[in-house]
Design a protein around this ligand. Structure first.
Ligand SMILES: *[C@@H]1O[C@H](CO)[C@@H](O)[C@H](O)[C@H]1NC(C)=O
Ligand SMILES: *[C@@H]1O[C@H](CO)[C@@H](O)[C@H](O)[C@H]1NC(C)=O
Ligand SMILES: *[C@@H]1O[C@H](CO)[C@@H](O)[C@H](O)[C@H]1NC(C)=O
Ligand SMILES: *[C@@H]1O[C@H](CO)[C@@H](O)[C@H](O)[C@H]1NC(C)=O
Length: 433
């Protein structure tokens, strides 16, 4: 009997360096005091979960469902969307950070004390303005390293879906660091054959792409200003400012400065192994900082591909965009919408869908009856189509723009975009190269 598992992959953030898997009962040294299973479980709080999408990627906490395919199942199709790797701040945020750093410099404080004592020997990790927006490439959490490592890990996991004898398309949105990520992932995933057997397709981020986009925008969404205002109003930021000012008489930081310093701290690990700035702020302050999340983008067409299955569609769809493009996909897939309860019964035959978010299997709220708590493709399609609102009409996509997504079906198989041929532009953002 043939089970096959269709795996939907939503890979939201980059990849963690330095996390090692526990291999049960398989320790090399066996002392009489060594426990087979650690009783420690101290990960209730981690800074990695409280700086939004700024800092290094971290895996999702698991529900206890194995990441590997269930017994007797094999993955036969993967649709992945991944954000770019770890990066430098945007130029706009950089401007605020630099203003606050200038405020520290001109404060008249000769020697910084207590929480800020490290600052006397610290230097900003952005060497010059041109680095803003770029993917990072130094330190253990570097974006380019993360993308490459992720590619090699997915090769190990999904390499069996690769047809070695054909040219396999993959897609990145047309933004500098997204393209850089797609290329590094590609080198890791396709290995020696990247230069000949992979074809990067670059999908412009322009709004005129309408629904034919990896980065669709929705002008009817207008939450931006509310979110911006929330950021500065967090009372914890005022408390932090008061604390730092009282430790260093002469300093006159306010809550906006604290926001900029915390933002700066959250990006520091992207280029360095260690951030002293992170320890300047206490847990409550980080929790407040992390509370601000964007939901500005919406829509994905992954459902159609899953329904066609690997026989009609291809087995591998590797896509790259921004973190803000992933949250609306989760909403469309009907997950992480607070709800409850899961009945558990038999295992039917057929195709099953599983969602993997940051390397943890995320069960669908109302559909977990398949192997490994997966959802039958049929049920999945009907549940998701009930949740899905129509992008064209909801977001009022002009009729002059594409009304549906078709780049997954009509794509280039040329390898000419696989490598960069021009120098990186200063503060590169939107870019076809
Ligand atoms: C590279 O592709 C060729 C076919 O184009 C295939 O024979 C070979 O096994 C592939 N090599 C690797 C390392 O994937
Ligand atoms: C497809 O290839 C053409 C010519 O090689 C190139 O100009 C175009 O940008 C490519 N399209 C995508 C989506 O990569
Ligand atoms: C944001 O705050 C500013 C200043 O307090 C205010 O003028 C503006 O109306 C606020 N915007 C929203 C959407 O609340
Ligand atoms: C904090 O101080 C800066 C000037 O150093 C000022 O531009 C900003 O508006 C202040 N923020 C608040 C909330 O007062």
């Amino acid at each position: 009997m043939a089970y096959h598992l269709v795996s939907g992959i939503v890979y939201a953030l980059g990849l963690t360096a330095g996390v090692t898997a526990l291999s049960y009962g398989d320790s090399v040294t066996k002392s009489p005091f060594e426990k087979q299973f650690s009783q420690e479980f101290r990960d209730g709080y981690s800074i990695l979960k409280h700086y939004g999408g700024n800092g290094p990627y971290s895996e999702r906490r698991s529900f206890g469902i194995s990441r590997d395919p269930p017994e007797s199942c094999a993955v036969d199709q993967v649709i992945m969307i991944r954000r770019h790797g770890e990066r430098y701040p945007s130029p706009a945020l950089g401007e605020g950070i630099e203003k606050t750093l200038a405020k520290l410099q001109s404060s008249g404080v000769e020697e910084f004390k207590e929480d800020l004592s490290f600052y006397n020997d610290w230097s900003y990790y952005v060497p010059n303005k041109c680095y803003y927006n770029a993917e990072t490439f130094s330190g253990p959490y570097a974006g380019l390293l993360d993308a490459y490592t992720h590619g090699t890990e997915y090769r190990d996991r999904y390499g069996h879906l690769l047809d070695e004898d054909s040219v396999v398309p993959f897609w990145g949105s047309g933004y500098g660091r997204v393209i850089a990520t797609a290329r590094k992932f590609g080198e890791g995933f396709f290995g020696y054959n990247y230069s000949t057997n992979a074809a990067l397709n670059i999908i412009s981020e322009s709004e005129s792409m309408g629904a034919n986009s990896l980065t669709p925008s929705c002008d009817t969404d207008n939450d931006y200003t509310t979110c911006d205002n929330l950021t500065n109003l967090m009372p914890q930021f005022k408390v932090a400012a008061t604390r730092l000012n009282s430790q260093n008489p002469g300093l006159s930081l306010n809550e906006s400065d604290v926001y900029y310093l915390m933002s700066m701290a959250s990006f520091e690990l992207n280029t360095r192994a260690f951030s002293e700035w992170i320890n300047v702020f206490i847990q409550d302050e980080w929790v407040s900082f992390g509370y601000v999340e964007d939901m500005n983008y919406y829509y994905c067409a992954g459902l159609t591909l899953l329904n066609e299955g690997p026989e009609k569609a291809a087995p591998l769809y590797l896509n790259f965009a921004h973190d803000t493009n992933i949250t609306p996909i989760l909403a469309a897939l009907g997950v992480l919408i607070p709800d409850e309860d899961l009945p558990l019964d038999r295992v039917p035959f057929g195709s099953f869908v599983r969602l993997v978010l940051n390397e943890a299997v995320l069960p669908f709220d109302k559909c977990t009856s398949g192997p490994g708590y997966s959802c039958s493709l049929e049920d999945y399609a009907s549940i998701v189509s009930q949740n899905l609102v129509d992008y064209k009409s909801t977001c009022k996509i002009p009729s002059s723009c594409p009304q549906s997504l078709d780049f997954w079906w009509s794509y280039n198989t040329t390898t000419e975009l696989n490598y960069r041929t021009t120098p990186v532009a200063c503060q590169e953002g939107d870019a076809m190269q």
